[in-house]
Design a protein around this ligand. Structure first.
Ligand SMILES: O=C(O)CCC(=O)c1ccccc1C(=O)O
Length: 525
């Protein structure tokens, strides 16, 4: 009956890597810059089988087993991710930069059966599991490297070993939970976002419609894989049968070298990284098809520099809750429609709504509400889902507007809005103004508590020539400049100067750190 339409299929819907391996076993799946090692899909698949086999030996006594991953960006992250999928587990990526108490809170919330670590995070993983011992069943600590401590077990078999028996892949349904990823959250408690297999496949598919796929593609992954921007290229490349080049972390000179050396065709960057590459004199090779620029808004100055340097830049707007991209602009749109993040990806809908949740007309700013197949079925904690979902979909908390063609512009986070003496101030507008002054290269604008006005506008300025660690700026002309361009209530009342804006791991400005900085070193003007 093979090949007859309608004939029963007698093998379960296997994990995504199995499908890929069956189709193109000999194509290159991964290249690791750190070791120079490469894996074909068949080799990766075999590795994943070995890891899956170890995961299967864990004592699991509840229905939806989860494993936490406390590892930096490296090939073993990919193996563990697909091994979890193969055994029907949900992966909980954890941020290696967080403290043990922050991590322990996340482990408590998600109750994984194991925490997978590497040499560099083994002691943190042990500390975290010890911390949750009293409140939950302590997770097993597994390491992908050589275990250094007695309580740790080895997860990945030594390279070259091929003795593990094959694992029976569990069936995979579109709505199965695959990942629980924490938002990087600059305000409030980090939210635990549930993403299904269907969300991730829909995202990778829609991404291909916007960026295109070339069989020779090599996607450089130098963003942390515990964030959506770092994990998404792995899913995309597995769907397309193309190659991921893994760099453990970003460095302007090293990343410029890797882009050249591996003839990279696409790379995901946050704006700060892109700016640093350009500062370091990097020039794109002819191979480079796209720079997917996301995680934070790109300034018009940066986009202008990209244009001047022939960088094929695709500014993108996305979030963990939508498994990465919501809307992405092409280089042509970036040139013709300044500041746009483009149209939503295929099957994704964005509605701009007012404070009452009613849609506004084109050109009017409001909150962006998103719906479609990439949108999370909900946060881990149901109450958070209830307060975020409305008639038109998931409320992003971002303010923006759309033109008649559905092209989007993102202005700022709704919660970033400053309310001073009853007036709303859009931080983006103040940033644009101060950055237009030649002495200012970049700025962050936040609300500071004010006894009289509720909040007052605070601005942290990065001087145009302060790159080498001695940030200084003549404030007088900048303030004068603002006086003629901004209403009194919008003008910065507390001003500070720094070498660089404090940022979270995903590239967004860390607004709480900006506030601290202004409280400690700001001048009231
Ligand atoms: O802001 C977020 O949380 C998602 C950001 C994100 O996914 C991303 C960040 C940088 C570069 C590319 C991407 C992407 O959409 O793939």
């Amino acid at each position: 009956m093979d090949g007859v339409i309608g004939a029963p299929v007698d093998w379960p819907t296997r994990d995504l890597l199995s499908h890929r391996t069956a189709a193109t076993p000999q194509r290159t799946a991964l290249i690791d810059d750190e070791t120079g090692a490469t894996w074909t899909f068949a080799e990766l698949d075999q590795r994943v089988d070995q890891v899956a086999h170890v995961l299967e030996t864990l004592e699991i006594d509840h229905g939806q087993p989860r494993i936490a991953v406390l590892m930096d960006t490296r090939p073993a992250f990919v193996s563990v991710f697909f091994a979890a999928m193969r055994t029907g587990m949900t992966v909980v990526p954890l941020n290696v930069r967080e403290t043990a108490s922050e991590l322990a809170a996340k482990v408590e919330r998600t109750a994984p059966v194991a925490v997978v670590c590497e040499e560099a995070t083994e002691s943190a993983a042990l500390e975290v599991t010890a911390a949750v011992e009293s409140t939950a069943t302590a997770p097993t600590v597994l390491t992908v490297d050589e275990p250094a401590r007695e309580r740790t077990r080895r997860l990945c078999p030594a390279a070259g070993s091929d003795t593990a028996p094959s694992v029976d892949p569990v069936s995979l349904e579109r709505d199965d939970p695959l990942v629980i990823m924490f938002t990087s959250g600059t305000a409030g408690e980090p939210k635990a976002v549930r993403l299904t297999v269907g969300n991730l496949v829909a995202s990778a598919t829609a991404s291909a419609f916007r960026l295109g796929v070339d069989p020779g593609d090599r996607w450089l992954c130098c963003l942390p894989m515990y964030h959506m921007g770092g994990l998404a290229p792995v899913l995309r490349s597995t769907l397309y049968g193309t190659t991921v080049v893994i760099q453990r972390s970003f460095d302007r000179h090293e990343t410029a070298r890797v882009l050249d050396e591996y003839e990279i065709t696409g790379v995901s960057l946050v704006p700060t990284m892109c700016k640093r590459l350009l500062d370091a004199g990097w020039e794109p090779t002819a191979d480079l098809r796209f720079v997917l620029l996301g995680g934070a808004p790109a300034s018009s100055e940066l986009l202008e520099r990209c244009r001047a340097a022939d960088v094929p830049v695709y500014p993108t707007y996305g979030m963990t809750e939508t498994a990465s991209q919501i809307a992405t602009a092409t280089p042509a749109e970036t040139a013709s429609h300044e500041g746009t993040v483009g149209q939503p990806l295929v099957f994704t809908d964005v509605t701009v709504v007012d404070d009452d949740g009613e849609p506004v007309s084109a050109g009017e700013p409001g909150e962006l509400v998103v719906s479609g197949p990439t949108v999370t079925p909900g946060y881990l904690e149901a109450a958070q889902t209830d307060s975020a979902v409305g008639e038109y979909g998931l409320h992003t908390g971002d303010v923006g507007y759309a033109d008649e063609n559905g092209r989007l512009w993102v202005l700022n986070r709704r919660s970033d809005r400053i309310v001073t003496g009853g007036e709303n101030v859009d931080p983006g507008e103040v940033i644009e103004t101060v950055c237009a002054h030649p002495a200012v290269e970049d700025a962050a604008v936040v609300g500071l508590t004010d006894p009289e006005w509720g909040e007052r506008v605070g601005a942290l300025l990065i001087p145009a020539d302060g790159r080498d660690g001695d940030a200084e700026i003549d404030l007088e002309p900048v303030l004068e400049y603002c006086e003629t361009r901004l209403a009194g209530f919008k003008r910065p009342k507390t001003v500070g100067v720094a070498d660089a804006l404090p940022r979270t791991a995903s590239g967004t400005v860390d607004r709480e750190a900006v506030r601290d900085r202004l409280r400690e070193t700001g001048t009231d003007v």
